[in-house]
Ligand binder design. Structure first.
Ligand SMILES: *Cc1c(COP(=O)(O)O)cnc(C)c1O
Length: 454
C-alpha cells in the first residue's frame, strides 16, 4: 500500500497534476480515483477497491495488468540496458522487433521507424509522405504536398496530427496553427451527411472522396484514415468495402495511403490489423497503443521499400529523413512489445478474441431495449453505444448534461472503469479478459445506462 495517506495524495493530485482532456474545474470537485495496482483485468485503487478495466487503460492493454511474462521480459531487458540511442547506433530489441513487425503487418511494409506515441507515429507518416514526393523521381511530383483526411478523424494531439483531424470539439480551437488539407465526409451511416439510410445509400461519401482526390491529385501527397473504425469520433464503424474502395481510389490517382492503426491494431477489430479485413496494403502504417501490450509508450511507422528508397542518396544530397525522438527505439519498450506479440501468437489471442466478440455482440443486443440507446456500434472488441435524448429524431443529449460522464460515474461506483466519448459510451475490454468478466462489464454498463437515462 501507499506510504502516504490517501487524503494527502488526493490533495496533491488536485494541486499539482493537470490531467489530459479534463476540465480541471470539474475534476477537482470530485474525489480522484487513484490507481495503485493492476491485476489481470482489474485496476486496484489506493483504498484497495477493485475495478474491471473496461477500456483497457485507454485502449492499450492486451494481456491484462501485471502479466508475469511481460514483467519478466521487462526485468530481463532492464538487467541489460534501459536505453541507448538509435541515432547512429542500434540496439538488440529494436532490431528483433522491427523484423517481427515487418513479418506480421500487411505485405509490402518492410521498414520500421520508431517513436513513442500514436501522435508521433502519425507526424512521422505525414513528414515521410511529404518528403517522399519532394524527392521521388527527382522531384517530378513536388506539388504533392497536401493531405486528405476524413471528417470526425482523430490522429493524435500534436499539431500535424491535429491538422489531419476532423473533430471540432477537440480541434477547432487550434485551427490558426494548422496546415490546410482536404476533408472528405466520414462514412457515418447512423448520421449520414447525405441523409441516406441503409436502403438508399449509393455510397455518396465514396463518390465525393473520388471527386476530391481526382480533382486535386497534383496537390495531394497522401490520404490518412483509421481503418474500419474511427475510434475517438465515437466508434464510427465503416461499411464493408469502404476501405478497399478508398485504397483503389488512392492507387488510381497516385496518392499514398496512410493507415493509422494506432487504436485498431493488435487484435482490436478481430484481426491482428484492421487493414487485413479489407485486403488493403497501406503505403504507410502507424501503430502504437497495443504494441507493447499496454506497458510502455512505444510507437512505429512502417513503410514500403519504394517510399524508403526515395530517401537514399549521398550525404550532400540531404535526402535524409531528418526526424527522431530522444527515446526512439527504446529497448525496454521494444523488449516488452516482442514478448507481447509472442504471447498473442502462442495463446492464439486473435481467434479467442473473435469468439469473445461474438458473445459480446449477443450480450449487447438487449441494450436496444433501452429507450435512450440510439445505436450500438461494434467491430471486434471495440464498442460504442450512442446515447440520444430522442431515439426517433436521434436528437443528441445537450452537452451540459454530460450524460456520458454520469454513466461512467455510476459504473465506477459499481466496480467498472470506462470513459465515454461525449455521448457515446465506449467499451474497449482487455483482449485477454475472461468471458465471465466481459459479461460483468456488459451488465454493469447496462445497469448504469438504465439508471442514468431512465
Ligand atoms: C490514440 C490515437 C492516436 C494518438 O496516440 P497517442 O499515443 O495518444 O499520441 C492516434 N491515432 C489514433 C487512431 C488513436 O486512437
Amino acid at each position: 500500500m501507499t506510504t502516504y495517506p490517501v487524503e494527502q495524495l488526493s490533495r496533491w493530485d488536485k494541486e499539482y497534476v493537470w490531467h489530459p482532456f479534463t476540465q480541471m474545474q470539474e475534476y477537482r470537485r470530485e474525489e480522484p480515483l487513484i490507481i495503485e495496482r493492476g491485476e489481470g483485468s482489474f485496476l486496484i485503487d489506493v483504498r484497495g477497491n477493485r475495478y474491471l478495466d473496461g477500456i483497457s487503460s485507454l485502449w492499450v492493454n492486451v494481456h491484462g495488468h501485471n502479466h508475469p511474462r511481460l514483467n519478466l521480459a521487462l526485468k530481463n531487458q532492464l538487467d541489460h540496458i534501459a536505453h541507448s540511442t538509435l541515432l547512429g547506433l542500434a540496439n538488440v530489441p529494436s532490431i528483433k522487433l522491427a523484423k517481427k513487425l515487418v513479418a506480421i503487418t500487411p505485405p509490402g511494409l518492410n521498414k520500421v521507424f520508431y517513436s513513442d506515441a500514436g501522435a508521433t507515429a502519425v507526424e512521422i507518416a505525414i513528414k515521410i509522405a511529404f518528403q517522399y514526393w519532394q524527392q521521388y523521381e527527382g522531384g517530378r511530383y513536388k506539388t504533392k504536398t497536401k493531405f486528405v483526411s476524413l471528417g470526425e478523424a482523430y490522429h493524435g494531439d500534436t499539431i500535424g496530427s491535429v491538422s489531419v483531424g476532423g473533430m471540432d470539439l477537440f480541434h477547432a480551437m487550434y485551427k490558426p496553427l494548422l496546415f490546410h488539407g482536404y476533408q472528405i465526409p466520414a462514412p457515418f451511416c447512423y448520421r449520414c451527411s447525405f441523409g441516406q439510410t441503409a436502403g438508399s445509400c449509393r455510397q455518396e461519401c465514396l463518390t465525393v472522396a473520388e471527386q476530391v482526390i481526382s480533382t486535386h491529385t497534383a496537390k495531394i501527397a497522401a490520404l490518412i484514415i483509421e481503418p474500419l473504425v474511427q475510434g475517438a469520433a465515437g466508434m464510427i464503424v465503416q461499411p464493408p468495402g469502404y476501405l478497399r474502395r478508398l485504397r483503389e481510389i488512392c492507387t488510381r490517382h497516385n496518392v499514398l495511403l496512410i493507415c493509422d492503426e494506432v487504436a485498431v491494431g493488435f487484435g482490436r477489430t478481430g484481426t491482428l490489423f484492421a487493414s487485413e479485413q479489407e485486403g488493403v496494403h497501406p503505403d504507410l502504417m502507424c501503430v502504437a497503443k497495443g504494441l507493447t501490450g499496454g506497458y510502455l509508450p512505444l510507437a512505429a511507422t512502417l513503410t514500403t521499400d519504394k517510399v524508403f528508397d526515395a530517401f537514399l542518396g549521398d550525404h550532400a544530397e540531404a535526402k535524409t529523413f531528418f526526424h527522431g525522438h530522444t527515446y526512439t527505439g527504446n529497448p525496454l519498450g521494444c523488449a516488452v512489445a516482442l514478448e507481447s506479440i509472442r504471447l498473442m501468437e502462442e495463446g492464439d489471442l486473435i481467434n479467442s478474441t473473435r469468439e469473445k466478440a461474438a458473445v459480446l455482440a449477443r450480450e449487447l443486443e438487449r441494450f436496444n431495449e433501452l429507450e435512450h440507446v440510439g445505436e450500438i456500434r461494434r467491430q471486434g472488441m471495440m464498442i460504442g453505444i450512442e446515447l440520444v435524448k430522442n431515439r426517433t429524431t436521434k436528437e443528441p443529449y445537450p452537452r451540459e448534461m454530460n450524460i456520458g460522464h454520469q454513466v461512467v460515474l455510476h459504473a465506477r461506483r459499481n466496480g467498472l472503469i470506462i470513459r465515454p466519448l461525449d455521448n457515446v459510451i465506449v467499451l474497449m475490454p482487455i483482449l485477454a479478459m475472461s468471458l465471465e468478466e466481459l459479461k460483468q462489464v456488459v451488465d454493469i454498463t447496462y445497469a448504469s445506462i438504465k439508471a442514468v437515462t431512465e
